[in-house]
Structures are given as C-alpha cells and as structure tokens.
Design a protein around this ligand. Structure first.
Ligand code: B4P
Length: 186
C-alpha cells in the first residue's frame, strides 16, 4: 500500500516520514534523500541532480521516474510505503500509477502550512538549497508543478489534508491515525 506525502517544501514531509519509519517500522522512500546521496557519491546522476536542487528546480521527470521505479518493484500490500517527495509533477503521478498495481495508492496526505512558516523553517534548517532566493524559487516551482497534484489525488478520492503548522507530535498523531484507518479499511 502506497501513501504519498504531498506538500510544499518545509511542510515537514521528511520529518514525519522518518519518525513514522522509526516508531512504526513503516517503509520510507525519500527522493530528496536519494538524490542527496547520489550527489554525495559524485555519480553522474548525483552531479546532474545537484545542479537542479541548488537552483530550486525539479530534477527532470524521466530521471526521477527511473530512480523510483526500481524501488517500487516489491510493494507488499499490507505494509505502508511512505513516498516522501514523489510524485512532484502530474507526469510523475501518472508514471507512478502506471507502474504499481491498481488501487495500490491508497492515500495522499497533504501537509499544508502558510508560506511564512515554511520559509522560516527552511532558513533555520540551513541546507545548501535553503537560502532565501532558492527557497522562494522552490515555493514558486511547487505552486506551478506540484500543487496541481492536490486536485489530482482529491479527484481519485484518496486525499486527506493535515495542517502542518503545528508541533511535530500533533502532526504525527494525526498522520498515523489516518494511515491506520486506511490500513484497517483494506
Ligand atoms: P526534499 O528533500 O523532498 O525536501 P523538502 O520538500 O524541502 O522538505 P520537507 O517537506 O521534507 O521538510 P522537512 O521535513 O525536511 O526536496 C529537496 C529537493 O530535491 C527539491 O527541491 C528538488 O530539487 C529535489 N527533488 C526531490 N524529489 C523530487 C522529485 N520527485 N522530482 C523532482 N525533483 C525532486 O522539514 C523542514 C524543516 O522544518 C526541518 O528543519 C524540520 O526540522 C523543520 N520542521 C518540520 N516539521 C516541523 C514542525 N512541525 N514544527 C517546526 N519545525 C518543523
């Protein structure tokens, strides 16, 4: 069962997914972490990706789809797999649907928070792609390319919205309750 974690940069998708993985043993796949690891290793993919990430742009869809597809070959039905940061475009969403069994995408959890909260969190985090200029570009790219996925998953009847301008704990409690509910409804 696939659970898509959707939301703007800084909404806390990675924070929530890591915590759920540590506390509940749910599988967690972060495309941002995979790209940063490739960049750290200096692979051709990593070097290409680092340039996009450093500008606040999305890495091209074909690269992302090829990278994620390999990890989706075995998705056990009864176990949640938290997809953190993928899909980020409509093309990625369609590719995801095409490479998993029908009905496998059971939930899309949409973390929403106002821009000033997101910007403050990212500037505090201070990753190389967390400068003010790059953060503003990432938010603009999010509005243009990723936000349409909210309607996309709503139309499929799998969207649940979680207010992400609260404490990590409150958000985690709500997210895990939503996931447990989906697991129980199988
Ligand atoms: P990601 O690594 O996915 O990072 P993110 O969206 O910026 O952050 P996230 O929402 O996970 O926030 P986090 O928990 O870290 O993407 C980085 C880049 O990779 C993208 O810009 C793009 O270039 C590329 N990329 C990745 N996937 C791609 C794809 N599918 N297609 C194309 N390109 C792709 O939290 C942020 C900060 O807030 C942390 O410091 C955290 O401690 C803090 N925080 C979290 N929750 C909080 C809370 N409740 N209260 C206070 N602080 C909180």
């Amino acid at each position: 069962m696939i659970i898509v974690l959707l939301g703007p940069p800084g909404a806390g998708k990675g924070t929530q997914a890591m915590r759920a993985a540590a506390e509940r043993g749910w599988r967690h796949l972060s495309t941002g972490d995979l790209l940063r690891e490739e960049a750290r290793l200096g692979t051709p993919l990593g070097l290409q990706a680092a340039a996009y990430m450093g500008r606040g742009e999305l890495v091209p869809d074909d690269v992302m789809v090829a990278m994620v597809a390999g990890h989706l070959r075995s998705v056990p039905d009864g176990q949640p797999l938290l997809l953190d940061g993928f899909p980020r475009t409509l093309a990625q969403a369609r590719a995801l649907e095409a490479c998993v069994p029908g009905g496998a995408i059971r939930l899309a959890v949409y973390f929403c928070a106002p821009d000033p909260v997101l910007v403050a969190r990212l500037l505090r985090r201070g990753r190389p792609d967390d400068t003010r200029e790059v953060v503003e570009r990432r938010l603009a790219v999010y509005r243009e390319s990723t936000e349409p996925l909210v309607a996309y998953f709503r139309n499929r009847g799998v969207l649940r919205t979680v207010r992400a301008d609260r404490s990590v704990e409150e958000i985690q409690n709500e997210m895990t309750a939503i996931v447990e509910e989906a697991l129980a409804a199988r």
